[in-house]
Write a protein that binds this ligand. Structure first.
Ligand SMILES: [Zn+2]
Ligand SMILES: [Zn+2]
Length: 140
């Protein structure tokens, strides 16, 4: 898996581009998502950050994720397995959910330019595409 590293300034810039006021906890949460492209759950983010941020609560993590999603800095993926996953991603892509181990992997995907919508007048702004099946680790 590709690894990512961001400076404090880059994390600050990303927050301010989304119009989100920076705080130490918001920066820690966003940086974690920017650097760990594994589509973590709220719990995974909380457990990873809590040792270095003893005052951090699960509620703060959840509320911050909601805030970052509303600012369109991150996206929320509702997999129905282990709860919502969170994704920092700048590009259009779909997801593959392994229904055995719950791992979520990025899949290159472009929206079709014409969709069989029932009538004219619909404007698609976004789509969440999730493929389900088994990953290579679980297939055998
Ligand atoms: Zn799997
Ligand atoms: Zn993704």
């Amino acid at each position: 898996m590709q690894s990512y590293s961001f400076t404090t300034q880059e994390v600050l810039d990303t927050l301010s581009e989304g119009g989100v006021k920076p705080s130490a906890q918001r920066m820690a949460i966003l940086r974690f998502l920017m650097e760990n492209r594994v589509h973590p759950t709220v719990d995974e983010i909380f457990k990873a950050l809590q040792p270095e941020n003893p005052t951090l609560s699960r509620t703060t993590v959840y509320n911050t994720l909601r805030l970052l999603t509303e600012a369109e800095i991150i996206r929320c993926i509702e997999t129905g397995v282990n709860g919502a996953r969170w994704d920092y991603s700048q590009h259009d892509h779909a997801h593959f959910l392994c229904t055995e181990c719950g791992r979520v992997t990025d899949v290159a995907f472009t929206m079709p330019s014409s969709l069989p919508l029932p009538e004219s007048g619909y404007q698609v702004k976004s789509a969440d595409v999730i493929f389900r099946g088994t990953c290579p680790l679980c297939a055998g």
